[in-house]
Design a protein around this ligand. Structure first.
Ligand code: SAH
Ligand code: SF4
Length: 362
């Protein structure tokens, strides 16, 4: 199989070019053509010598994904199911945010995947149920964006790494993608419009804080005590809340970017007055906001054991939580499920799609 050129780092690309007796400036020429001018074939890059064009065509790919399914939702969100060249499924969700008049699109966010499946296995998550298929390559992360922009004929404004997978467990590829996406030469995104969401890989959070162009960080918190967090997020057994909070504090100190906490409220589990007190304390450690998230039903995954007992909290409880937090000076909103009617929650399309494929094959 040919290598994808987007997966090469600078020194690899330069080495390849020098092996072809090409000057070093070709490297930037090629990258600009691919990332800024979005060339899809080497033959479309007009300023390269013919011999180099044929060498690159013979040995490298530019594209890494195929769009397999597109599902549009009434609320304007669009879910994309991709297939990688090695046959794995991954997904991205496009979410337009309208201004107050509901006429103009103010923000266009794409939620992208960092893995096919996920290795972390949180009890409440449909992607976790799929298990780990693979870490996405740099090309596969960037191409989710490029293919969606092409398909929708639009320019996205924001990116969140909140699709399938745990980005900080695919660290070097995520950093490789971020280096390209935030590079001012390619005018893809401003770093402040990129958010990485993590289940809490503490050492990697500290490492990410030192990234040259720091991005926003969202923490999937979902519990305020180790006892409850251990049960719903197995990663907490490796990195306890205290360790996670130390890493978050360091992230803020170095980057000066406020943190977002994601908090799914489960009925009768993490919804007590004590949780409000502890959540307030956590949120006050560094400037931050708390997104209260309704639990998306995952009963279609046939959860067993503890996962089968998880129930969404009532709307009033979520409103009460958000109001209490605001009363204590913590910015908090309820983040409504986007595209509920197209199964926009983490991992859901991939699962139902797998079912559809099985039906077709039969
Ligand atoms: N692995 C990363 C990013 C992908 S998950 C992380 O865990 O942060 C993206 C978000 O979806 C996380 O905040 C996750 O907790 C949330 N999520 C997963 N399953 C969900 C469900 N069933 N209902 C609501 N939110 C869910
Ligand atoms: Fe993986 Fe995030 Fe789902 Fe947990 S919530 S299983 S880390 S994708």
């Amino acid at each position: 199989m040919k290598r994808n050129i987007k997966n090469l780092n600078d020194s690899e690309l330069r080495e390849i070019l020098s092996s072809q007796k090409q000057p070093a400036f070709r490297s930037e020429q090629i990258k600009k053509a691919i990332y800024k001018n979005r060339k899809k074939e080497f033959s479309e890059i007009s300023n390269l010598p013919k011999s180099l064009t044929s060498y690159l065509t013979e040995n490298f790919e530019i594209n890494s994904l195929k769009i397999r399914t597109v599902r549009k939702s009434r609320d304007g969100s669009v879910k994309f199911l991709f297939e990688s060249l090695d046959g794995n499924s991954l997904e991205a969700v496009y979410m337009p945010w309208f201004d107050d008049s509901s006429e103009n699109v103010e923000r266009e966010t794409l939620c992208i995947s960092s893995m096919s499946g996920c290795s972390v296995g949180c009890a409440f998550c449909a992607t976790g149920k799929i298990g780990f298929k693979k870490n996405l390559e740099i090309a596969e992360m960037i191409d989710q964006i490029f293919l969606v922009e092409d398909y929708l004929h639009t320019k996205l404004t924001n990116i969140v790494l909140m699709g399938m997978g745990e980005p900080l467990m695919n660290y070097s590829n995520v950093i490789g993608a971020l280096e390209i996406l935030t590079d001012p030469n390619y005018e893809i995104f401003n770093r402040k419009r990129i958010t990485i969401s993590t289940s809490g890989i503490a050492p990697r959070i500290k490492q990410l804080a030192k990234f040259i162009r720091p991005v926003k960080l969202a923490i999937s918190l979902h519990a305020t005590s180790n006892g409850v967090r251990d049960k719903i997020m197995p990663i907490n057994q490796s990195f306890k809340l205290e360790t996670l909070m130390d890493a978050v504090e360091e992230y803020y100190k170095i980057t000066k970017i406020p943190i977002t906490y994601e908090y799914i409220i489960f009925d009768n589990l993490n919804d007590t007055e004590n949780d409000i007190v502890r959540l307030t304390k956590i949120a006050r450690r560094v400037p931050s906001r708390v997104n209260i998230i309704p639990f998306n039903d995952i009963s279609f995954t046939n959860p067993t054991g503890f996962a089968s007992e998880l129930k969404p909290a009532k709307r009033e409880k979520m409103e009460y939580f958000a109001a209490k937090l605001r009363e204590k000076g913590v910015a908090s909103i309820i983040r409504d499920t986007f595209g509920g009617d197209i199964e926009a929650a983490c991992g859901q399309l991939a699962l139902s799609e797998e079912k559809i494929i099985q039906t077709i094959e039969i």
